[in-house]
Design a protein. Structure first.
Length: 275
């Protein structure tokens, strides 16, 4: 609330909620902001030589009365802040990504970032340090843009289990894509708790399998484990896949492995084509 003062000799009047004319012609503009519990900020301009303590106390007391009146009226409409912003309230969100991922968001000729803007209606600003600022006129557009950016720029996390897709099979294991543009190797030793001699009959291209990130080396190469991801679940391999060359483990389970079912992986003679 803005408090004013008119002083002529010994005659003094303190004004509450002054207007522009009272500010211009009066002797004080004293703004007081706060809550029911106290004052948060004050600002004062005066045109007289000074203000004694008694007068300041009067102004503060009168300002409190005005502040309480305003807060009472506010409480009649909304007594506490909303838990969430209005759906149509403009908002901004900031995401810090690895600088190497900036090019992925922008894309060739700006294709990717333009696509996000066109689809969600947001504005995006990205700097070389990896700071991504997303401006949106509503919550829906902002959330969609955030999900798209996070999907493009996500990085593998050690010990996290991903739903991956088998993209390539070699003699020593399978390369599994854990999210678009990022894959890792499931070494043949990380498929089952028993020794597998051959990848024949284990997985098929396109299989969706759970994998756990067990290592990321300094160059960024990712090592995955199938056996750790499925340990104790009904997806765990408890018997050797046909053609894998492994000995059947001691288990009464008849659980079926991945692969097989008529999916062709090619014979030993064409493995060089898959390397």
């Amino acid at each position: 609330i803005a408090m004013g003062l008119v002083k002529e000799g010994d005659r003094i009047a303190i004004l509450s909620d002054i207007l522009g004319m009272e500010d211009a012609l009066g002797d004080m503009d004293f703004k007081v902001a706060g809550t029911r519990n106290g004052i948060n900020a004050v600002q004062m301009d005066i045109k007289i030589d000074g203000l004694d303590v008694a007068l300041l106390k009067r102004a503060l007391a009168q300002a409190r009365e005005g502040r309480m009146h305003i807060l009472d009226k506010m409480d009649e409409v909304i007594s506490s802040p909303r838990e969430e912003l209005n759906e149509n309230a403009p908002r901004i969100h900031t995401i810090q990504i690895h600088p190497d991922k900036v090019r992925d968001i922008i894309g060739p000729g700006g294709k990717v970032i333009k696509g996000i803007v066109a689809e969600t209606g947001v504005q995006i600003d990205v700097n070389d340090e990896g700071m991504v600022k997303i401006f949106s006129a509503d919550r829906k557009g902002l959330q969609s843009a955030i999900e798209m950016v996070e999907h493009i720029t996500q990085e593998a996390v050690i010990d996290k289990i991903y739903d991956g897709t088998v993209r390539r099979i070699t003699d020593f294991g399978a390369f599994v894509e854990i999210f678009p543009g990022t894959d890792g190797l499931v070494h043949i030793s990380q498929i089952a708790s028993f020794r597998i001699e051959s990848m024949e009959g284990v997985f098929s291209l396109g299989d969706h399998i759970p994998v756990k990130v067990i290592e990321i080396d300094p160059s960024g190469k990712i090592r995955l484990s199938f056996k750790e991801a499925v340990a104790g679940t009904d997806k765990e391999l408890l018997e050797p896949p046909a053609g894998s060359g492994a000995r059947r483990p001691s288990s009464d389970s008849d659980r079926r492995p991945y692969g097989g079912g008529g999916h062709s992986r090619g014979g030993r003679g064409d493995r060089n084509n898959r390397r």
